[in-house]
Design a protein around this ligand. Structure first.
Ligand code: F6P
Length: 486
């Protein structure tokens, strides 16, 4: 079996370069070690590229990286249009931000069909294809049209919203029906999975039996596979990077002051405005914390061509400057606000320097920053994680200080409490979280999904019900599989 992993964004994994996006950073080490072929966008567009997809291939660890220039005529409609102005807002429960034209939808479908044609080059009888994320909901259906009979898996890194919100996406029925061409669909949380199954039953009138849906495409298995990190490797990075110039300069600049850190893409789903307002409220309500605690907020610019992101960028810049103007002193800046990215190694050192990690999205599939912050702490003197209860990570990291990101007063109180938490409590909470991280690593996620996907082939070949080993599956039952439409 050879594994082909497909995602819009890929990573070449230069250790000292900034990483964009949780998906690419998370997949890189496991793809490198597994020997898989990783196929994705080159980040460039090309005129006429829609006729003949051509992937450039380079070595990546034990496997290979294949990147394609996407067709210029459809790229905008696909990426900024349908993927990030219809699916992204809907999947993060912001239907008010959905803006997508008919042409955007057609471009999205075109790019999915283009990627399918590009994958013909990697079609071997024993290959297994694992498609990542909301950019490629209909890729599986396009592959089936081209005659792919191999196991096709799909994993959604974002949340899946409730059926009311999903019905705000133009062409939602066609898209979700197309998703059923996948043999296995994985979600981050049980809630996402339940929302998806609820949609299938309500909008498509499909019966679901023990996590298996039958449609004209055959059987689709649906399960929960929470993505993890490599906590021990991340801890090593953190310990090593204390001597990195960026990290040691940060330490020196603190003069005994305590630090909170936030690291996010600049996205409305991350709850950044509410977070800054909570710090503002905290310094108002607890004046003793002025000068003694500050915030380092790293906010990588993202999707700048989309109006909602441009507006947010302006709003945040204004807000940070108002808060700094209100609470700052000649020799003290409450919020250090940076619009730039850092390598994983430097980030690990920055996380370890901060006594409090603030991860307060309004809605997030998992949020790996929360997991990385925990893994980066020293066992002897760990920091405190303040985590939104609406991040997928809250299911596992339930000994973090969980907050409602809409409750500014509550967040202000909780952040103040985090700074004051005694060592014994910090240790207890941190040890419990580290145990959860070690019990669900990125390697286990990767192997668990691929293993379950391969079993879909076994269930197609035989009428026997194969034993189910992946413990994180959402009650799958393997039955007789219907024939695949080609
Ligand atoms: O949350 C899912 C995800 O794929 C993240 O990994 C990533 O941060 C984002 O969506 C995609 O970002 P971009 O548009 O920068 O590729």
């Amino acid at each position: 079996m050879e594994l082909v992993v497909v995602s819009n964004r890929v990573s070449r994994g230069k250790a000292n370069e900034p990483m964009t996006g949780g998906l690419a950073a998370a997949l890189l080490p496991v793809v490198e070690n597994s020997g898989a072929i990783w196929v994705g966008s080159s980040g460039r567009v090309r005129e006429g590229a829609q006729k003949e997809p051509f992937a450039e291939i380079e070595a990546l660890g034990a496997g290979a990286l294949a990147t394609l220039d996407l067709p210029s005529a459809h790229y905008g409609g696909y990426y900024e249009g349908f993927a990030n102005s219809a699916l992204w807002p809907a999947f993060h429960s912001r239907p008010d931000l959905i803006r997508a034209s008919e042409q955007d939808y057609l471009s999205y479908r075109e790019v999915n069909a283009f990627m399918a044609r590009a994958l013909v080059r990697f079609q071997r009888p024993n290959n297994v294809f694992w498609i990542q994320d909301y950019h490629f909901l209909s890729l599986g259906a396009e592959l089936r049209k081209l005659g792919f009979g191999q196991p096709l898996g799909f994993f959604l890194h974002t949340p899946w919203p409730d059926r009311g919100v999903m019905s705000g996406v133009p062409h939602h029925r066609h898209l979700v029906e197309a998703m059923l061409a996948y043999d296995l669909i994985g979600f981050q949380t049980k809630e996402d999975c339940d929302n998806f199954l609820g949609y299938l039953s309500f909008h498509l009138g499909l019966d679901i039996e023990h996590g298996v849906v039958r449609s004209r495409h055959g059987a689709t298995h649906v399960g929960v596979f929470p993505i993890g990190i490599d906590p021990d490797k991340f801890a090593q990075h953190a310990a090593r990077s204390v001597s990195h110039p960026d990290v040691s300069r940060l330490r020196r600049s603190l003069n005994g002051e305590k630090l909170a850190i936030g690291v996010d893409r600049l996205d409305y789903s991350k709850g950044l405005v509410n977070r800054i307002n909570a710090f503002d409220r905290m310094w108002q309500e607890y004046p003793a914390l002025a000068r003694s605690v500050s915030l380092l907020q790293i906010a990588n610019l993202s999707r700048g061509g989309i109006e909602a992101y441009g507006n947010l960028q302006n709003e945040l810049a204004r807000l940070v400057s108002e808060v700094n103007g209100r609470h700052g002193e000649v020799d003290w800046t409450p919020i250090r606000y940076l619009n730039k990215g850092f390598s994983q190694t430097v980030l690990a050192g920055l996380y370890r320097t901060a006594q409090v990690g603030v991860v307060t999205p309004l809605h997030d599939g998992m949020n790996l920053v929360a997991k990385e912050y925990v893994a980066a702490q020293s066992a002897a003197d760990p920091g405190v994680l303040v985590l939104s209860k609406f991040a997928g990570a809250a299911n596992e990291l339930d000994t973090a200080l969980l907050v409602n990101p809409h409750d500014i007063d509550g967040m202000a109180r909780t952040i103040a409490m985090a700074f004051a938490m005694p060592l014994t409590e910090r240790r207890m909470r941190w040890e419990a979280m580290m145990a959860r991280l070690r019990a669900g690593t990125i390697q286990q996620w990767f192997e668990g999904f691929v293993d379950a996907l391969e079993k879909t082939r076994a269930s197609q070949a035989s009428e026997d019900v194969p034993p189910l080993s992946a413990s994180n599956l959402h009650t799958l039952r393997w039955g007789k599989s219907g024939a695949r439409a080609s």
